[in-house]
Design a protein around this ligand. Structure first.
Ligand code: SAH
Ligand code: TYD
Length: 403
């Protein structure tokens, strides 16, 4: 049943039993991993693409949540730019106030703090919330939902901007989110959020964007329908190139802002591209199977030739690739990553060891699968020595390639 409108959800792909994508067990603690059925479908009525099974939120977002947003230079720049835009265009009133849902380690709010503007991060994962607090950013360690939003409204007053990046798509209970936004948002304020775009996922075959945390894969059409259902207008959309292609949605109270032409243009484009038709999703499923087949065949061949193959980037995305394709330590001996909290742990489900990224050039394997393909440019530049010494990168979206 659709989490937004209650209609039937037509399943289009089943990845089978999958682990939590951001829980990296200690090597001797792999017996009590949590698994769920990762299957995805589209609502026959409101076209919202969503998971069929929901993982309890406390299992995913807790003190040990290992994802640190500031780990990428490009993302630091992206969010500094986002904050500057808010400061210039939205936070111009007397004593403005901005709330961020899912502020993580403070990657966006840092710039707001520097400007001396009143702000609050709402971040349930205590570890990353503490990191941002240590930098003087104001954060509450809690989930954003109707109740916490009402509390913030009572204590801090209305928010001129409510922002969220890569977070709203993580939240199945969108009804409560919108009621919270309704309670907290100033009459003329905006609710802005950016998330991976279904159009890019279909076009680039980035099936690894589908995992426990990504409960929704948004399109402009489905977000507009959801906004209307919960009493808001979708007033603007903007495409972003980060994380393999996202859309930034701007939502406001009805009649408070003009609706830009971009909204209708993107919805028309989605219709033309068949983003409402089942055959499009069936084709996507066929592409996923082909890519996995090609990737495993390549890895087996390299293995037979005695080559050393590693992974780069212990991403949440890679949990779907390794577990769905059946890639374990026999095919990929180690995954290198820059996040200290992941070091000495093993990858969820596949149990491939995770080690510090310096290992790539220190051990100079023959091939590295770029699991963090969304940071391709940054990583290839940083790890240029690996390629210069003859190492080759393997990518698997939109298809399997060696470069
Ligand atoms: N905004 C950052 C972090 C994205 S990761 C970025 O774009 O890089 C998603 C974050 O959302 C995590 O830090 C997680 O703890 C947080 N989160 C999950 N559910 C939430 C909720 N209901 N309210 C607020 N934050 C939530
Ligand atoms: P990311 O792809 O942003 O997200 P997700 O986990 O949501 O799929 O994660 C990037 C991972 O890649 C993170 O664990 C840090 C790692 N990384 C490196 O190892 N080296 C780098 O240069 C960068 C940018 C990231």
């Amino acid at each position: 049943m659709c989490r937004i409108c209650g209609s039937t959800v037509g399943e289009f792909f089943d990845f089978g039993r999958q682990p939590l994508s951001d829980t990296f067990p200690e090597p001797d603690r792999v017996d009590d991993e949590f698994f769920f059925r990762l299957a995805v479908g589209i609502c026959e009525s409101c076209a919202m693409v969503q998971l069929l099974e929901e993982v309890p939120r406390d299992r995913m977002f807790h003190d040990g949540y290992p994802y640190h947003s500031s780990g990428s230079a490009r993302m630091r720049e992206h969010f500094a730019g986002t904050a500057r835009r808010f400061l210039r265009e939205e936070l111009t009133a007397d004593d403005p106030f901005i709330v961020e849902i899912g502020s993580n380690d403070g990657v966006m709010l840092r710039t707001i703090r520097d400007a001396g503007v009143r702000h609050l991060g709402v971040e349930p994962s205590g570890g990353v919330a503490d990191l941002s607090r240590a930098e003087g950013i104001r954060v509450v360690t809690t989930f954003f939902e109707e109740e916490s939003a009402r509390r913030i409204r009572a204590e801090d007053g209305p928010a001129d901007v409510i922002f969220a990046a890569n977070t709203i798509c993580h939240i199945p209970y969108l009804d409560s989110i919108f009621r919270g936004v309704d309670a907290l948002l100033a009459p003329g304020g905006v609710f802005v959020f950016e998330d991976p775009y279904l159009g890019d996922i279909l076009e680039l075959n980035t099936f690894d964007q589908i995992y426990d945390e990504h409960f929704y894969l948004f399109s402009v059409n489905s977000v507009r329908a959801a906004a209307r259902r919960f009493g808001f207008d979708l007033v603007d959309v903007q495409r972003l190139s980060v994380h393999g292609g996202e859309v930034r949605y701007t939502i406001a109270r009805p009649g408070t802002r003009p609706v830009t032409a971009a909204v209708e243009a993107m919805i028309a484009e989605e219709r033309e591209r068949g983003m409402l038709e089942h055959t499009t999703f069936e084709q996507f499923g066929a592409n996923v199977k082909r890519i996995c087949g090609d990737l495993v065949e390549l890895l087996r061949r390299l293995r037979a030739e005695g080559k050393r193959v590693v992974g780069y980037g212990a991403t949440a995305k890679s949990a779907t690739v390794t577990n769905y394709c059946g890639i374990g330590p026999d095919l990929v001996e180690v995954v290198y990553d820059t996040t200290p909290a992941k070091h000495g742990r093993v990858m969820p489900g596949s149990h491939i060891p995770v080690r510090p990224a310096s290992g790539l050039t220190e051990t100079q394997p023959d091939y590295a699968i770029l699991f963090a393909w969304n940071h391709e440019e940054e990583i290839k530049q940083k790890e240029k020595a690996f390629h210069d010494a003859g190492g080759r990168w393997i990518t698997y979206v939109p298809d399997v390639r060696i470069s």
